[in-house]
Write a protein that binds this ligand. Structure first.
Ligand code: HEC
Ligand code: HEC
Length: 327
């Protein structure tokens, strides 16, 4: 008996030591410093056509305003798109906020916003996910999809054309799980996708939007947050795990499988017109993280293109269950 207790004691001791070692390792080994990430050669323009294209991207397709809008409107998830993008909404991510705390930045051209940032610095955080300090911006790296030089130019041109508003926002703070994730998490350095212009109707435009600026692929494909958000399952086969509904903690929400699998695909039986009408209806599930307010403003051609592209994705048999359900 005494001997068994001694062995148990040493085992517990070993586990504690290994745990402490892991904590120390993460604290020392994680990094968010990527100052040598190149600044894309993008220059803002001042012509009305480019600025108008930027407005469509910021509010609708790339849905920047659904994160950078005024914090009080964000909480209600009722966005008035004519409000200045002053930021201020804070996300406490992960169980007990252990991934960290992230506050949306002021995107108006005031010195407390993007006023002091160069076009290259703006382009770098949008394209590569590296901020003006040369540090990884995890939220930007995950939430914003890859986009063409043309679209990046249009977004920056629109931002530069807005009225400045003073509003200083804090930088993020990583929690312990955020540091574990940072061990494997890098800026995105892939070459940018080729531009497929608005007005084009078809699979190529849909693919560009879904894998690019609209970032559908990010939420609707399984990914492992601890392995640097690496893809962990078939393209568009649904989110890895359900997340607690922030507006009603007795239920959870999961992004469905959008592949054309006849049994487990969420869109089985949806016609193109049903798909377009669903987007026009906007938010149905209050606590959903999908930026329905922005997507509801997409042009009919873009919505039809998205539907046509999703029909061409390889069908993946993956049952994620009902999108909203009790926990
Ligand atoms: C899911 C929410 C989300 C979306 C969508 C989003 N952002 Fe951000 N963004 C953030 C957060 C949070 C921060 C602050 C992160 C930090 O502290 O590093 C940020 C930071 C920034 C910064 C400041 C970088 C710096 O160097 O200080 C810029 C510029 C920016 N975002 C632009 C955009 C643009 C343009 C879009 C649309 C293409 C966009 N964001 C979409 C959440 C978002
Ligand atoms: C920030 C994460 C996120 C992004 C980006 C996102 N989705 Fe979703 N999507 C979800 C979640 C979560 C749900 C389930 C809750 C709901 O229906 O709102 C969902 C549901 C859906 C549904 C089912 C709606 C219903 O009524 O049953 C469709 C269709 C869909 N998404 C398509 C898309 C397309 C197309 C894009 C890109 C244009 C996209 N999603 C981008 C998270 C996201």
């Amino acid at each position: 008996m005494k001997r068994a207790l001694t062995i148990l004691g040493s085992l517990v001791g070993l586990v504690l030591l290994a745990g402490a070692g892991f904590v120390a390792y993460v604290q020392i080994a994680y990094t968010v410093d990527y100052p040598r990430t190149p600044l894309p050669a993008i220059t803002a323009r001042t012509d009305a056509a480019t600025i108008a294209r930027g407005e469509y991207l910021v509010h609708a397709v790339a849905h920047c305003s659904t994160c950078h809008g005024p914090a009080d409107l964000m909480t209600q998830r009722q966005l008035d798109f004519r409000q200045p993008l002053v930021g201020g909404f804070t996300w406490e991510l992960g169980p007990l906020g252990l991934f960290g705390s992230f506050t949306a930045r002021n995107l108006t051209p005031h010195a407390t916003g993007i006023g002091a940032m160069s076009d290259g610095q703006l382009a770098r955080v949008i394209r590569h996910g590296v901020d003006s300090r040369g540090k990884l911006s995890p939220m930007m790296r995950i939430a914003v999809g890859p986009m063409s030089d043309e679209d990046l130019t249009a977004i920056i041109s629109w931002l530069r054309a807005q009225a400045p508003v003073e509003a200083r926002r804090p930088s993020y703070e990583l929690g312990f799980l955020g540091k574990v994730a940072a061990l494997d998490f890098r800026p995105r350095l892939d070459p940018p996708p080729a531009h497929v212009p608005e007005g084009e109707l078809g699979v190529a435009r849909g693919k560009y939007l879904a894998e690019g600026p609209a970032a559908c692929v990010g939420c609707h494909t399984p990914a492992d947050p601890i392995a640097g958000f690496a893809r962990s399952g078939p393209l568009f086969s649904g989110e890895a795990e359900a997340e607690v509904d922030p507006t009603n903690t007795t239920q959870e929400i999961i992004a469905p499988n959008l592949t054309p699998d006849p049994e487990t695909g969420h869109l089985a039986g949806w016609t193109e017109d049903v798909f377009v009408a669903r987007f026009r209806a906007g938010r149905v599930i209050k606590g959903s993280k999908m930026p329905w307010e922005g997507f509801a403003l997409m042009t009919e051609n873009d919505l039809r293109s998205l539907y046509r592209y999703l029909q061409t994705v390889p069908p993946a048999r993956r049952q994620v269950g009902r999108t909203v359900r009790p926990r």
